[in-house]
Design a protein around this ligand. Structure first.
Ligand code: HEM
Length: 353
């Protein structure tokens, strides 16, 4: 329900830009493609203007950026050995942690005041409060769960969508092929694409998978080795932090034909990766990680990206602003725990249906 409402909202906003012949900043619709635990109401209504929920995504972004910088010091110990850098990193993390503590206290208090989960305004935080006693959850544990969902849902799906639209804008023949598939999968004249319509869209699925392979938005997976093991001739002792580089794995020529090329067809029919899934058992493709700490929102994340993408290409043709060329779309990234493209994607929508 909330997902369809988000899509409707975004399509309406872009529709206005299309009617005015204006350009749309695609990072705006992309930002709608995530769930925020305090935000979506049961009736899918638009949210109040101010409150801890509105501040949380900003806090997430600051935290992810700071944690990314901190993690980089872990990856390059030479940076960590510089005392000043270490102190700055710890202070930055400490500041965002304090910000979180304050935000989550306010969020929980606000919801405690109106704690009936049957209320039409109820959201994820209300539901959590309603099962608090049953599961013996302390306030700190509730904050932990909320923070996990805020983090997981903030910036991941939106970044996947942004990378995918950018890739398609650079490859117009693929955009046309995708539009043809979406058009032919829904009844003629139907404006919106629903979740049920996605079932037969094999090319759309393959485009999103290929985008995740080349541009995993969480490229370094921090895990912990539980037992001593050997990987590629290297011994990994038990009890150490291991960073799995899913970006490098996804571009490894030993496992991928034309590893640097964007070829969605590899995931379809008799393609070389047709059997490869992102569910964590195919270790050459780990956009959602693997094992016990694998993404908890994989189904929701992938469905929201696919649904938004299908609607964007079905409802609109996309052009570049005057004077811009396809090759101007810069794919370089800003590093953080969640990776984003460095520059904004600004496109001119033209209404199709
Ligand atoms: C397409 C969008 C998304 C991508 C690419 C993605 C990717 C990931 C990755 C790579 C991890 C780390 C897995 C590991 O270390 O093995 C992760 C963890 C997680 N994700 Fe996602 N995610 C997405 C969307 C979401 C959404 C929408 C939610 C929740 C609403 C979510 C919730 C979580 C949580 C709670 C964890 C931590 C799991 C744990 O540590 O046990 N994710 N995600």
């Amino acid at each position: 329900m909330a997902m369809c409402t988000q899509v409707r909202l975004v399509m309406a906003q872009i529709g206005e830009a299309a009617a005015a012949g204006a350009a749309a900043d695609m990072s705006d619709p992309a930002r709608h493609v995530h769930q925020r635990p305090g935000l979506p109401r049961r009736d899918g209504q638009v949210l109040p203007e101010r409150g801890p929920e509105q501040a949380a995504p900003g806090a997430c972004r600051r935290h992810l950026a700071a944690a990314g910088r901190f993690q980089r010091r872990g990856v390059l110990p030479v940076l960590g050995s510089i005392r000043r850098a270490q102190q700055d990193g710890s202070r930055e993390i400490g500041e965002v942690e304090a910000e979180w503590d304050h935000l989550l206290d306010r969020l929980i208090q606000d919801h405690e005041r109106n704690s009936d989960p049957r209320d039409k305004d109820a959201d994820f935080t209300h539901v959590l409060l309603s099962v608090r006693r049953e599961y013996g959850l302390s306030r700190e544990q509730m904050k932990g769960i909320l923070i996990d969902v805020f983090f997981g849902g903030t910036g991941t799906s939106s970044s996947v969508l942004d990378f995918t639209m950018s890739v398609l804008m650079r490859r117009p023949h693929m955009m046309k092929k995708l539009q043809a598939e979406v058009d032919s999968s829904i009844p003629e004249g139907q404006e919106a694409v629903s979740e049920a319509d996605l079932t037969n869209m094999t090319y759309l699925r393959a485009v999103v998978k290929e985008s995740l392979r080349l541009h995993p938005v969480a490229p370094l997976l921090p895990h912990f080795s539980m037992a001593r093991c050997s990987v590629d001739g290297y011994t990994i002792p038990a009890g150490v932090r291991v960073l799995i580089n899913s970006l490098a794995i996804g571009r490894d020529a030993r496992y991928w034909e034309g590893a640097e090329e964007f070829i969605p067809e590899r995931f379809i029919g008799h393609g070389s990766a047709a059997h490869v899934s992102f569910k964590g058992n195919d270790f050459q493709f780990l956009p959602f990680g693997s094992g016990r700490r694998m993404c908890a929102g994989v189904n929701f994340g992938i469905a929201s990206v696919e649904l938004m993408l299908a609607n964007l290409v079905h409802r609109f043709d996309w052009e570049l602003p005057v004077g811009k060329k396809r090759c101007d779309i810069d794919m370089s990234e800003v590093f953080g725990l969640v990776v984003n493209r460095k520059s904004k994607l600004v496109l001119v929508p033209k209404l199709r249906v």
